[in-house]
Design a protein around this ligand. Sequence first.
Ligand SMILES: Cc1cc2nc3c(=O)[nH]c(=O)nc-3n(C[C@H](O)[C@H](O)[C@H](O)COP(=O)(O)O)c2cc1C
Length: 194
Amino acid sequence: MSEHYILILKASPRRQSNSSLLADQLAAGASAAGAEVESFFLPEMNIRPCDACDVCQGSGDGQCVVQDDMQMLYPKLRRASAIVVATPVYWFTLSAQAKLCIDRWYALETPEGSALRGKKFALLMSYGDSDPYLAGAVNAIRTFQDMCRYLHADLAGMVYGTASQAGEMRQQPDLLEKAYQLGQKLASSSPSLL
Ligand SMILES: Cc1cc2nc3c(=O)[nH]c(=O)nc-3n(C[C@H](O)[C@H](O)[C@H](O)COP(=O)(O)O)c2cc1C
């Protein structure tokens, strides 16, 4: 078993999506560098919103009472050395599919800090506008930066760019190469001591 387990969460409803293409490149780079990589297609999973019942906080053992596919993802999130979210920009931020999953990480909070503390994170994004500010990609970036700061986690890298129709990202070999290299980086860097 590799010391590096990279969990990729794909959050576009389009199977051959642009953000998925970046994710596949990252996976290829990470695998080539010896990491174990697993990808999940969030839109086909049964993931309900956090209902803020706070049972996970009361018991302190990080158990979410909502019985859905997050129960399968929680151990993988705990185990991962790196967590990658690949999402389109929808309405000037992350897709709802990505946000649903991220909200449920609340259950991993404990009085000693999050179970995600010290992990590496990466963000892969595609958006229609030619400018990341006008596209709203900056809002998703800001969310990730704030999240990593709060979690005491390491935002190890981001790859993002413009594409519209599914698959158009293939016309951006420089971005695909950046995603591949980010995969290699995630597979080789030591777990953060944050
Ligand atoms: C519901 C919806 C909302 C969108 N909102 C934005 C937006 O706010 N800014 C933007 O630049 N593109 C927006 N787009 C375009 C997508 O971000 C773009 O097509 C992107 O390449 C999709 O990535 P994907 O192929 O990974 O799904 C939107 C598309 C949809 C379907």
